[in-house]
Ligand binder design. Structure first.
Ligand code: NI
Length: 175
């Protein structure tokens, strides 16, 4: 489990705080970070819903392989899902606003970067950030992460969660 302050030191040195603490190579910085570890990290989630069509088909494999691997999802004439997308942003509340990120702003960004492109669209054909990507829910989540990762005005992207059906959920955390 990551603790507050880890991310700050990781950003500076590319290694977790606990390693720095153990090695004692950066005692001055470590003590500075220690003072910031009381800042609470809060996770804020915005949920959006959209409908889209797709087809799972690997053109490098035979039709038979695709049928056996993907079943109904390989249907040549597409199929649709009612998708739910949860975007979680982590950070410390801004002392002036109390917000990790303004949820109205997060809503606007998700709408512009994702929903406006995928809603009532064909994920195989219509979406610029999915070109050349087989739109499994896993690959879709990674692509959504890449679109949002550097678009946030505050906080840091923590989780992209896509629910394809009531029972099938995929999460990507940038790892
Ligand atoms: Ni599907």
């Amino acid at each position: 489990m990551r603790k507050c302050g880890d991310a700050l030191l990781e950003a500076r040195f590319g290694q977790p705080f606990r390693n720095v603490e153990r090695s004692g190579r950066y005692p001055l910085v470590a003590s500075t970070v220690f003072l910031t570890t009381n800042m609470p990290t809060v996770y804020v989630t915005r949920t959006v819903r959209f409908n889209a069509a797709h087809r799972l088909h690997n053109p490098n494999k035979s039709d038979e392989w695709n049928r056996q691997t993907f079943g109904k999802c390989n249907n040549p004439n597409w199929h649709g899902h009612n998708f739910t997308l949860d975007v979680t942003v982590a950070g410390e509340p801004n002392p002036d606003t109390g917000f990790v990120i303004d949820l109205a702003e997060l809503k606007r960004i998700i709408e512009e970067k994702i929903v406006s492109k995928v809603d009532h669209a064909n994920l195989n054909l219509d979406v610029d950030f999915l070109q050349g990507i087989m739109p499994s829910t896993e690959n879709f989540a990674i692509a959504v992460w890449k679109e949002l990762e550097h678009a946030l005005p505050a906080g840091r992207l923590h989780t992209v969660r896509i629910r394809e059906t009531e029972n099938n959920v995929v999460e990507y955390r940038g790892e």
